[in-house]
Design a protein around this ligand. Structure first.
Ligand code: PLP
Length: 421
């Protein structure tokens, strides 16, 4: 019984049962946390991280040792040759866009083997709009290979699909779909399949939400580039903004030429006061990711016991921090998100409402009461009010507060008579 939050006793009982069922999956998460915390510490030690690295530079940022060493720390932890970790990436989409424009040239083809890319990338590759400077405008052809009916990579069709491609692109996390996320081992299998027919292809992975959920990153099973956001997993809830690109040295350099300018690349870019939060965030990240994964597992288990389809199920192996809960109608989605918001450390007193978000074809409701604007490594939930009427839940800086947030979401539904208890 919580002394601080009013939760229906029947819900508390279900939560207790759910938590007991989660014991074994939680143990697996803790083992991965331990491994990754050591891995990151090793990378700090090997690169002789020192107090001077925590101070930032101004102006051009020439010779910023903090910036250079952080790149090396990321590269080592991800098993990559090099990395580009910058607060000046405004988001994950920006980092992905820089990687695509950095590597692709006129006449090249990019092939996505996980169906449509994340919504915000549709404009980048040129699926929407014309004359706006998309990859398509610059003469880069985009093709995609759809997923199988089970939502998996269509391995049988990969060889034909990737022939002649300059970039083979895949998205590890499910995004706003119910398809399964793609584990690091499967990415390794894809790399082998692609290399057999197209050894020159650059295999690029949208790694958003995936970092530190497994012991290895896709760069450790052969991917050439991985890309992600620092207000998600690798920022550990501490980085204030930013993104990263890690992988083959020559490709990272090409990306750096796109981020700054040709010739200058990684040699410039002041870090202002961002080195310390970026280092500290990376240090905390494996633990924070473990808390988020446990929150996600608990939510899946509880909501399954409440009778809702959940993706993935609580005992399934994870490769990202997302739980998709199919609540079935708009009323339940709204009540759920309002409950999540009511348990946020920041702005708990506001009540989110569905709104017409630019770029979406239905109303969307979002719950986010975060220390960092829009940070989804902090407990947050998003739900487009349309079929399949599912909410995508992610984050949780600590497990207990993540669990409390999930319970408050269920409580909010119960209070409106939207749960069968
Ligand atoms: C978050 C995310 C992105 C990038 O989104 P931003 O909001 O621009 O950081 C891209 N792909 C996936 C799968 C994501 O989850």
């Amino acid at each position: 019984m919580s002394e601080f939050f009013k939760i229906d006793p029947r819900l508390e009982k279900l939560a207790e049962q759910a938590e007991a069922l989660c014991a074994e999956p939680f143990e697996r998460v803790e083992a991965i946390r331990a491994y990754n915390e050591e891995k990151v510490l090793r990378a700090f030690l090997d690169n002789r991280v020192s107090e001077i690295h925590l101070n930032g530079s101004t102006g051009y940022g020439y010779g910023d040792l903090g910036r250079e060493t952080l790149d090396a720390v990321y590269a080592e932890a991800f098993g990559a040759e090099d990395a580009l970790v910058r607060h000046s990436f405004v988001s994950g989409t920006h980092a992905l866009s820089v990687a695509l424009f950095g590597v692709l040239r006129m006449g090249d083809t990019i092939v996505s083997v996980t169906g449509k890319p994340y919504d915000t990338l549709e404009e980048v590759v040129g699926l929407r709009g014309k004359g706006n400077g998309s990859l398509r405008d610059f003469g880069v052809d985009y093709r995609e290979l759809g997923l199988t009916p089970a939502g998996e990579i269509d391995f049988g069709a990969v060889p034909d699909a990737v022939r002649g491609a300059k970039v083979v692109y895949l998205q590890r996390s499910r995004g706003y779909s119910l398809r399964p996320s793609i584990g690091v081992e499967t990415i390794g299998r894809l790399v082998e399949t692609v290399r057999r027919v197209n050894p020159e292809a650059v295999i690029m992975v949208d790694n958003c939400y995936g970092e530190f959920v497994e012991k290895r990153e896709p760069t450790q099973t052969g991917a050439d580039l991985v890309i992600g956001s620092l207000i998600k997993n690798p920022g550990g809830g501490i980085a204030q903004t930013g993104g990263y690109i890690a992988g083959r040295r020559d490709l990272v350099e090409q990306c750096s030429y796109r981020l700054t300018c040709v010739g200058m690349g990684k040699e410039v870019g002041c870090t202002l006061n961002q080195n310390r939060p970026m280092y500290m965030g990376f240090f905390w990240a494996p633990g924070v990711v473990a808390n988020a994964v446990k929150t996600s597992i608990f939510a899946a288990c509880l909501f399954e016991r409440l009778g809702f389809p959940v993706y993935p199920r609580y005992e399934e192996t994870r490769t990202d921090i997302i739980a998709a809960l199919k609540l079935g109608d708009a009323e339940r989605l709204v009540a759920f998100c309002q409950g999540i918001q009511s348990g946020s450390p920041v702005d708990a007193f506001v009540s989110p409402e569905p709104w017409d978000m630019p770029g979406y074809d239905s109303k969307v409701i979002m719950a986010a009461g975060a220390f960092t604007g829009g940070a989804s490594i902090e407990l947050s939930a998003d739900a487009p009010l349309k079929e399949p009427y599912a909410v995508w839940l992610q984050g949780g800086l600590t497990y207990q507060t993540g669990k409390t947030g999930v319970l408050l979401a269920a409580q909010s539904m119960a209070e409106k008579g939207l749960l069968n208890l």
